[in-house]
Design a protein around this ligand. Structure first.
Ligand code: PCA
Length: 195
């Protein structure tokens, strides 16, 4: 059976929960051809990527899928690419707030996700849920994690992607949100679309 590492971020920015880890921790242990290993990662520049790379190497993952919260988005959004930029609007959970720094000095400006993100987006829509392909994972810790993984596993058989999910209803009264059961169905559909 193939191995998929699925990461979910801890809460950040003063939130008590992060829908990413809430969902990841509740995914089944097996979806389609993949056995899942779940990892909670800190919302800390550099650290999230280090831990995810270590775990992926340790379990000999065939693929890595990272999940993060994108407050304000109304859809589940697979990310097309990661950029070699750290630019933080708010400090991370270790108090770091980089401004216009590279994720990895000397690395390429950007990487495209290597899992089939368009097919994953289609699968979310076919499950009857809002799924939209996103062209930017931002420049905060989610982008950092995706970039570090894509850089580490460039030119290897290990494929990597990232999906941003909306707030849960209990996190906001004014912004778009999605029930946890829908986020779970969307992630399951997206993972089922990975060959
Ligand atoms: N979302 C943040 C970092 C952690 C998370 O869940 C982001 O979009 O960068």
């Amino acid at each position: 059976m193939k191995k998929l590492l699925v990461t979910g971020f801890e809460p950040f920015g003063g939130e008590a929960i992060n829908p990413a880890w809430e969902a990841v921790s509740r995914l089944p242990d097996q979806i389609g051809a993949y056995a899942l290993t779940k990892l909670r990662v800190p919302t800390v520049f550099g650290k999230a990527g280090e831990l995810a790379i270590k775990k992926a190497e340790e379990i000999c993952a065939n693929a890595v899928l990272c999940i993060g919260q994108a407050g304000g988005r109304a859809a589940v959004t697979p990310e097309l690419a990661a950029i070699n930029v750290r630019d933080a609007r708010i400090p991370d959970n270790a108090g770091q707030q980089p401004c216009d720094e590279p994720v990895v000095a000397g690395a390429p400006d950007a990487y495209f996700s290597t899992l089939p993100v368009r097919r994953m987006t289609d699968a979310i829509q076919k499950a009857g849920l809002p799924g939209v392909l996103s062209y930017s994972a931002g420049a905060y810790v989610c982008n950092d994690l995706l970039f570090m993984l894509l850089h580490r596993f460039a030119d290897t058989a290990v494929r990597v992607a990232f999906i941003h999910v909306p707030y849960l209803p209990e996190q906001t009264e004014t912004q778009p949100s999605m029930p946890l059961s829908d986020i779970l169905r969307a992630l399951t559909a997206a993972i089922s679309a990975i060959d």
